[in-house]
Design a protein around this ligand. Structure first.
Ligand code: KG4
Ligand code: ZN
Length: 369
């Protein structure tokens, strides 16, 4: 099945073209093309994503990214124009993120997908337009893991699994029984963990997005230098809270009379490195310990990590170590598919098609998983 997927829920304009096969028992994906136009430089001066700027950039980027997806695709006649190339491909589905996310941003992708669908539909009556859940995209992105594509894994042996979805907008723990059945165990009650990384980075004077910057600076610091709080670590539930941790960092920096300087100078500061390392340690400690507790309680056979924060090397390392200790398998997407991308939207779209489940093709900013 050939799928074209579109993702515009936040600040990445992403399109991907995939071949999917294998059904629900052994889904396999052949990525033909994945293009991401990042808006990071546009939003950076504001220290976070500005919804209307995101919308404007998506509108500008979408046609350019579509051209790029098809530009060096090897078709029989290489000089044929874009429209013909797309038609010749005989797509089975156009999948587009409908939520959750910033509504003005989501709408740009949805309108673009609808228009493309209408144009292609006239010649390709079986073409489907599939509304896709962004969080589903993150959750299913473990299916892109090299372990699953190179070894002979049967998906059945992975469940029950505990899935941790950690991004700029979400921190969610799920018990997953199959590709089509899961239960939410807990989520953040305030800030998402990625948001906390971004805000702490801003306090330190580091650029947006803060996650990779904190990781880089933290690698030079001592993770045990400062004992920041681990909110909700000992609560019996599986919820999280990150706003208290963020405020502790703020007070700590205020007490130390910390002055924001240029990012270059911050990177040289021992205090900044220790704050970054100790904040990261506290933030990840809660994620890892609660995931382990859930994995033990539900006798998980695997742990699935996803979302932008899954790009964090320390988090991947810690979860891989504890998985090993628990005798569970650990899966995380390859490095290119942690932060927002359209490949994961195609993967989630494929699963929706197999489940014969479609969503309303309208922007649903607060859609849950
Ligand atoms: O999934 P994503 O691209 O967008 C949302 O759906 O929110 O996640 C973006 C988040 C940002 O908060 C970013 O700072 C964080 O992922 N992030 C990281 C790292 N790379 C990206 N956080 C910690 N460590 C990283 N290496
Ligand atoms: Zn995301």
């Amino acid at each position: 099945m050939k799928i074209l997927a579109i993702e515009t829920s936040c600040d990445e304009t992403a399109l991907a073209l995939l071949e999917a096969s294998g059904g629900l028992r052994a889904p396999q994906f052949n990525i033909l093309k994945s293009v991401i136009a990042s808006q990071i430089p546009i939003h950076r001066p504001f220290g976070g994503v500005v919804p209307n700027l995101a919308k404007r950039e998506h509108l500008k980027n979408l046609p350019v990214v579509l051209e790029k997806v098809f530009s060096n695709l090897k078709l029989k006649n290489s000089d044929i124009d874009l429209k013909l190339k797309i038609k010749n491909l005989k797509l089975d589905a156009v999948c587009v993120t409908v939520g959750p996310g910033l509504e003005p941003a989501l709408w740009t992708g949805i309108e673009f997908a609808k228009e493309l669908y209408q144009q292609l539909k006239t010649q390709n009556k079986k073409l489907k337009l599939i509304g896709t859940n962004h969080l589903g995209g993150h959750l299913y992105s473990f299916l892109l893991s090299k372990k699953l594509t190179t070894k002979n894994y049967t998906l059945k042996t992975l469940f029950p699994a505990i899935a941790l979805i950690v991004s700029g907008g979400h921190t969610i723990l799920l018990k997953v029984d199959s590709l089509t059945k899961w239960k939410k165990l807990g989520e953040t009650r305030d800030d998402a963990v990625g948001e906390a990384f971004d805000k702490v980075a801003k306090m330190l004077g580091l650029p947006y997005p803060g996650g990779p910057e904190i990781q880089k600076l933290g690698a030079k610091g001592n993770p045990h230098a400062i004992e920041f709080p681990r909110p909700m670590l000992h609560d019996k539930n599986y919820d999280f809270s990150y706003s208290g941790l963020k405020t502790s960092v703020l007070y700590y920096l205020r007490d130390k009379n910390y002055q924001r300087q240029s990012a270059k100078d911050q990177r040289k500061s021992v205090l900044a490195a220790n704050v970054a390392a100790s904040f990261q340690e506290a933030a990840l400690d809660v994620l890892v310990k609660k995931t382990v507790r859930a994995a033990k309680e539900y006798k998980a056979r695997s742990i699935l990590l996803s979302g932008g924060v899954a790009a964090n090397k320390e988090l991947r390392h810690k979860l891989s170590v504890v998985s090993h200790e628990l005798g569970a398998q650990f899966f995380a997407p390859p490095m290119d598919f942690n932060t927002d991308n359209a490949v994961m939207i195609a993967v989630a779209g494929y699963i929706s098609i197999l489940r014969k489940k479609n969503r309303r093709i309208t922007a649903q900013g607060n859609m849950g998983i």
